[in-house]
Ligand binder design. Structure first.
Ligand code: SAM
Length: 337
């Protein structure tokens, strides 16, 4: 035996199609300080706090995921920054062995004050959602938001080193499809990634949304007509849903997330944990497995590992949008995108 070192293989979760699942998106709350028209109905009722995962429960379930090989966490919502204790929660997640990358998707409203404390607590990067550069239109799309506040948040995130900064822009026909060129221009001077996301039909507004999808192909064409050729950025690994391009001479890049017209299910490495503690196996399918109830009923760590790994194994191959199969059980804001 001398000279031979036996090393246990690292833990890993695979689904029945052989996809390696190592990225968990965790919704910290279903509540939000905006009401984006395509994300939730105006009169949405948020869940009572007792139904949501408490801080120690979030940490336990992430620990379980990390023990099964999850190495990347993205915090989302609702709006993750409206969760009480979000900075302490970030610190706690950062300390979990195995978590190598910790990101957040946010509307940016509270980032001006929170970017530095979040970075100090161990957050690596943020995606900020900005669908328009027009303050009046921003207020209309978000039903209340102040674009200036979000810009100050974005600048604070940049100054705090939450890089790479990504801007998420959902392209919606009749709302902001005429603005994609101006949004793309942001990348000339800023080393950001502006990501154009196809509107996904969802929840109570699915039918309305289906008719307002603007394909990535159409968005790319519009940008190229105005600003010249988009050059594909080499090295796209197939796991990042955004296909990356660059405008000639630009500091930053553009990404296109084409969930509806060019799905990327084959490269999916993601699972989602909803704020009420359900493991959601595919964003666009209603298939979920309850983890919070067993945790509250006293299931031990090994039992939770077993439930999570078994659920992950039966992750569906992909969504059924082409067949007009929509996920209807929740609004997007109740999952986190
Ligand atoms: N509140 C945070 C935010 O605004 O980024 C995080 C949650 S939000 C649900 C996450 C992302 O999903 C945002 O970029 C939002 O624009 C996007 N989103 C919401 N509804 C969508 C839909 N129907 N189709 C595509 N993206 C959507």
């Amino acid at each position: 035996m001398s000279g031979i070192i036996l090393i246990d293989p690292p833990p890993a979760m695979y689904d029945s199609y052989g996809r390696h699942l190592h990225y968990l998106r965790v919704s910290l709350t279903d509540a939000c300080n905006l009401r984006c028209v395509y994300c939730m109905p105006e009169d949405i009722q948020f869940r009572p706090p007792a139904e949501l995962m408490q801080d120690h429960e979030v940490l336990t379930l992430i620990r379980v995921a990390a023990s099964l090989g999850v190495d990347k966490i993205r915090l989302t919502g609702g709006e993750p920054t409206v969760r009480r204790n979000v900075v302490e929660l970030v610190r706690g997640i950062r300390a979990i062995p195995g978590i190598e990358r910790l990101a957040m998707t946010t509307n940016g409203v509270k980032l001006e004050a929170l970017a530095r404390p979040l970075a100090d607590a161990g957050l690596d990067q943020v995606n900020v959602s900005i669908d328009t550069l027009d303050p009046e239109k921003f207020r209309r799309i978000t039903r209340r938001g102040d674009l200036d506040e979000v810009w100050r948040g974005l600048e604070a995130a940049d100054a705090a080193g939450l890089h790479p900064i990504k801007i998420n822009c959902v392209v919606t026909r009749g709302f902001n499809d005429d603005e994609v060129v101006e949004l793309a221009r942001l990348t000339y001077l800023n080393p950001w990634e502006v990501r154009f996301i196809e509107l996904m039909p969802f929840g109570s507004v699915a039918d309305f949304q289906f008719h307002q999808v603007v394909s990535s192909a159409e968005t790319r064409e519009r940008i190229e007509e105005a600003l010249g050729p988009l050059v594909p950025v080499p090295g796209h690994n197939g796991h990042d849903p955004a296909r990356p391009y660059r405008l000639e001479g630009a500091a930053g890049r553009l990404g296109f997330i084409s969930s509806v017209t060019e799905p990327f299910c084959e490269g999916c490495t993601r699972l989602r944990l909803t704020a009420d503690g359900r493991l959601r196996l595919c964003l666009l399918r209603d298939d979920e497995v309850d983890l919070l109830s067993p945790l509250r009923a006293g299931a031990d760590f090994a039992a939770l590992q077993e439930i999570m790994a078994a659920a992950a194994y039966r992750k569906p191959w992909g969504h059924g949008l082409e067949a007009h199969e929509f996920a209807l059980s929740r609004e997007m804001s109740q999952i986190g995108g």
